[in-house]
Write a protein that binds this ligand. Structure first.
Ligand SMILES: O=c1[nH]c(=O)c2ncn([C@@H]3O[C@H](COP(=O)(O)OP(=O)(O)OP(=O)(O)O)[C@@H](O)[C@H]3O)c2[nH]1
Ligand SMILES: [Mg+2]
Length: 192
């Protein structure tokens, strides 16, 4: 095997978000077996990469072993890329029916969904990052309001919530990040 981090056959994906977990499981099916643990991790303030690296280090410390984590951002061009990693708190306060109002004073509704995965071999190891981005628009909610801001993020005329899952996974920020992770995993999974 090439030098660098190894990955166990059963990978611990640390997340408390059931919808995220379901998408990641669907996309990684047949590639690697995921195990999920919900560890309540502190999320710091900083750039997307700083937030994700720190989250990954904390997860590896918490379970004392190899971990995969993911952090999702939603950034608005008119707001100089905010809320970014802090979108969760805006969603919790405003909900899917009101989130579009954040841009009501701005003509530019451009939004970018960014997904950053981080893998870490264990405590003390440097996390490796895999990022995917999808450009779209922030719109009034259309479609089921099951997952976060899916009903408010429009890509080529449809909101994520109006797409079926396989359609979303093909073009989504998460799908693109996982394509990179899958490629990397091919040479890294420890078969022993
Ligand atoms: O409509 C959506 N489509 C998506 O594809 C998507 N992915 C994440 N989110 C939401 O964006 C925030 C990210 O925060 P986040 O990355 O810290 O996640 P989280 O705290 O829920 O879980 P985790 O940190 O335990 O993994 C949270 O409000 C998530 O619900 C999404 N909403
Ligand atoms: Mg979180």
């Amino acid at each position: 095997m090439a030098p660098g981090p190894t990955v166990p056959k059963h990978l611990n994906f640390i997340t408390g978000n059931k919808n995220k977990l379901a998408e990641v499981q669907a996309i990684l099916e047949g590639v690697i077996e995921l195990r999920n643990q919900n560890v309540d991790l502190v999320e710091i303030q900083g750039t997307i990469e700083e937030v994700t690296r720190d989250k990954c280090r904390r997860a590896a410390e918490a379970i004392q072993g190899p971990v995969l984590v993911e952090d999702t951002c939603l950034s608005f061009k008119a707001m100089n890329e905010l809320p970014g990693p802090y979108i969760k708190w805006f969603m919790l306060s405003l909900g899917p029916l009101n989130i579009h109002k954040l841009l009501s004073g701005f003509p530019d509704k451009s939004a970018t969904a960014i997904c950053t995965f981080a893998y870490c071999e264990g405590p003390g190891h440097e996390p490796v990052l895999f990022q995917g981005k999808t450009d779209g628009l922030l719109v009034e909610s259309r479609g089921p309001t099951v997952f976060g801001w899916d009903s408010c993020f429009e890509y080529e005329g449809k909101t994520y919530a109006e797409m079926d899952k396989s359609e979303k996974n093909k073009i989504s920020h998460r799908g693109k990040a996982l394509d990179k992770l899958k490629e990397w995993l091919k040479s890294r999974v420890d078969e022993e």
